[in-house]
Design a protein around this ligand. Structure first.
Ligand SMILES: Nc1ncnc2c1ncn2[C@@H]1O[C@H](COP(=O)(O)OP(=O)(O)OP(=O)(O)O)[C@@H](O)[C@H]1O
Length: 247
């Protein structure tokens, strides 16, 4: 379980997160949504020690992690992997070698063992037959799936996705959605997804939190969002230009 309690974060005079409290349950596909610049990426970066809050607490499976030093963050990063918005694959390595890299580094496997394990991760993301290809030979959607395979190398319990379908064509985007759902349904991985892709949100989310003006505006299921009696929520989920939202 992930718990954000009263998280506050400013950059200089700019207050991005004011008082954010919510929790994510084990095994669910949980979306964090909200307008551009509302602090969605900032919030998830706190979970892997890329940012530290000015106030509040972050609990991961009963451990308070917001004050851990670099060394203290190692086990947290093993448990909680992040898939960044832009591909961070090495172009000079094949897909299998990219996935094998963390296995060699963190599990001390031989080259051959790591490549075999990498192949198993590529199977999970339906990319087994592309292990010998280089990232530059693949489209964005396939590269994203390889990046997800690499995030799975240390068998994380939580995977954080920063806008996983942004800039993908609709078919590739839906394949990534399906994969995220499978990670939760088949492997029990807790998936936290930052997104404003309304199709993804209303296809695969178990629960959704909407951030607005540094706070939680609504937390609930897809049906809670569709039926919400809140003009700000309705404007956002219907993608309307006109309405009460301050951007
Ligand atoms: N390291 C940083 N230093 C200064 N400002 C930052 C830093 N990281 C984020 N910000 C600011 O915090 C605000 C929230 O950024 P964040 O990337 O979390 O937005 P977001 O909700 O994920 O938006 P988007 O949907 O556009 O990605 C932005 O105004 C951004 O400029």
């Amino acid at each position: 379980m992930i718990e954000f309690k009263n998280i506050a974060k400013s950059f200089g005079p700019k207050k991005v997160l004011d008082d954010v409290t919510f929790s994510v349950k084990r095994g669910e596909v949980f979306f964090i949504i909200g307008a551009s610049g509302v602090g969605k990426s900032v919030l998830i970066k706190h979970l892997v020690g890329l940012l530290y809050p000015d106030g509040g607490e972050i609990w991961l499976d009963g451990q308070e992690i917001s004050q851990l030093d670099e060394k203290g963050m190692y086990p947290v990063r093993k448990k909680c992997a992040m898939v960044f918005q832009h591909s961070t694959l090495f172009d000079s390595m094949t897909c299998a070698e990219n996935v094998a890299l963390p296995l060699r580094k963190h599990k001390g496997l031989s080259v051959r063992e790591a490549l075999e394990e990498a192949q198993r991760r590529l199977e999970i993301v339906h990319m087994a037959e592309f292990g010998a290809r280089y990232p530059s030979e693949l489209g964005d959607g396939m590269r994203k799936r390889v990046a997800i395979a690499r995030a799975l190398t240390l068998d994380p319990e939580f995977v954080l996705f920063d806008e996983p379908t942004t800039s993908l064509d609709p078919v590739s985007a839906r394949r990534v959605d399906k994969l995220i759902r499978e990670l939760s349904d088949k492997l029990g991985v807790t998936c936290v997804v930052v997104s404003h892709d309304l199709v993804s949100i209303f296809t695969i989310a178990d629960r959704i939190v909407m951030l607005y003006k540094g706070r939680v505006r609504l937390l609930g299921t897809r049906d809670d969002f569709k039926g919400a009696n809140d003009e700000v929520v309705q404007q956002f989920i219907n993608g309307r230009a006109q309405g009460p939202m301050d951007l």
